[in-house]
Design a protein around this ligand. Structure first.
Ligand code: F6P
Length: 422
């Protein structure tokens, strides 16, 4: 089997560990392994240039020995790491002793190419929010590029949109193959050989917003980052007896805000799933913080999830919370927006272990896939690595957002946590 892996959507810590695990386990199981650079966009762009060999003749650089069990190393490590191939300046900055990735988005990789990737932040193979892959023409080209390289399996690591894209691609695959054959772009023999596409999804997202899995890859690192930031803020807040309002990421999900609040000792937390009423939240917050101050607390921390609203779905913004604390409680208040510091940087240990275990399971899933089996998403539930039908998980995730939009917050919570009780 020839497996390609791509990362898609917002990057998250642990994506490189996924690539490493899939490549290493894939090779150990007798597969060929490929990476697709720049997410689905790379699949659409494919390979327009032959793999350059000439740079290999130049002065060798200090590349590690090839110790791969199957002897595969493609000396791509430098280019994948420092890149001659981002979407803006494609093809510049080749490093001697490495192969040029100019015009090549689907690249075969071996053991050495992914060595030590578990400790690297972001995604070294790049990610992009591809508009072209959303079009039927884009997907046709992507199918052609995969078949051209002889690929028959795809691992996608991303959020719900990226995983849905994979499922749509797989469902359409037979039609795409048929179209390519009738357009004369592939032979009947190739069409037969590539009659089905195997896919599997892993959830890479700092938001921890996917249903049917307890944890998404990158969420533990982001939580850790926020927790550290709160520790730092706590000391300066205590020194000045100040209040701080922290806005944290999470899109429509309050997991990061809630758990950061618990682990950092916040006084008040706003999350999308449990919105306060528009009439009462200012009073509730002020009463609570006033109480804390009365018993001697010298600092105040309020956490606002970026998707937080009141019950009428009016956004609750950090600056407004700051004004309320200043005006009503007379607190010297500052706002800190943590932004992308939450997303980047080295993965914590759990964001190395989880992708490694899930990457192994992803390869097993592909090897066992049949034309009629559903597309699977690899998750973790009650500390066990799981396989769940991808579209069921996506549907339940979307149902949470729909319930919030319909202001049915009880339902939203019950989708997030079936055992949730008021
Ligand atoms: O989904 C991950 C995430 O970091 C969200 O928490 C946030 O809303 C969004 O992506 C930010 O996207 P961008 O990096 O495109 O600004």
């Amino acid at each position: 089997m020839k497996i390609a892996i791509l990362t898609s959507g917002g990057d998250s810590a642990g994506m490189n560990a996924v690539v490493r695990a899939v490549v290493k386990v894939g090779i150990l199981k007798g597969c060929e392994t490929w990476v697709v650079r720049e997410g689905y966009e790379g699949l659409v762009r494919g390979n327009t240039e032959a793999l350059s060999e000439q740079s290999l003749d130049e002065e060798p650089v200090d590349l590690p020995d090839n110790t791969s069990p199957d002897g595969t190393s493609f000396n791509l490590i430098h280019n994948l790491r420092f890149g001659d191939g981002d979407l803006l300046k494609d093809g510049t900055g080749d490093h001697p002793g490495t192969r040029s990735l100019k015009g090549r988005y689907i690249v075969r990789v071996g053991f050495d190419d992914v060595r030590a990737w578990f400790a690297e932040g972001g995604t070294l193979i790049g990610t992009a929010r591809s508009k072209t892959f959303r079009t039927p023409e884009g997907r046709l080209q992507a199918a052609y590029n995969m078949i051209k390289e002889g690929l028959d399996a795809l691992v996608v690591c991303g959020g719900d949109g990226s995983l849905t894209g994979a499922d749509v691609f797989r469902a359409e695959w037979p039609k795409l193959v048929e179209a390519l054959q009738s357009e004369g772009r592939i032979t009947a023999e190739k069409a037969k050989l590539h009659a089905h596409l195997r896919i599997v999804g892993l959830v890479g997202s700092i938001d921890n917003d996917m249903s049917m899995t307890d944890l998404t890859i990158g969420a533990p690192t982001a939580l850790h980052r926020i927790c550290e930031a709160i520790d730092n803020i706590n000391s300066t807040a205590t020194s000045h007896s100040r209040a701080f309002v922290l806005e944290v990421m999470g899109r429509h999900c309050g997991w990061l805000a809630l758990l950061a609040g618990v682990s950092g000792g916040a006084d008040f937390i706003f999350i999308p799933e449990r919105p306060p009423t528009s009439e009462s939240w200012e009073d509730e917050m002020c009463e609570c913080i006033h109480r804390h101050r009365e018993v001697g607390k010298r600092k105040t921390i309020v956490i606002v999830a970026e998707g937080a609203t009141d019950r009428d779905l009016n956004p609750i913004k950090a600056d407004h919370v700051k004004d309320v604390l200043t005006e009503r409680l007379g607190l010297d208040t500052r706002v800190t927006t943590l932004g992308h510091t939450q997303r980047g940087g080295r993965p914590c240990a759990y964001d190395r272990v989880l992708p490694t275990l899930q990457g192994m399971e992803a390869v097993e899933t592909l090897l066992e896939a049949t034309p009629t089996s559903p597309s699977y998403m690899i998750g973790i539930q009650e500390n066990k690595i799981t396989r769940v039908p991808l579209m069921e998980a996506v549907a339940m995730t979307r149902a949470v957002s729909a319930a919030i939009e319909a202001k049915d917050f009880e339902k939203a919570m019950s989708y997030r946590d079936p055992e949730f009780k008021e």
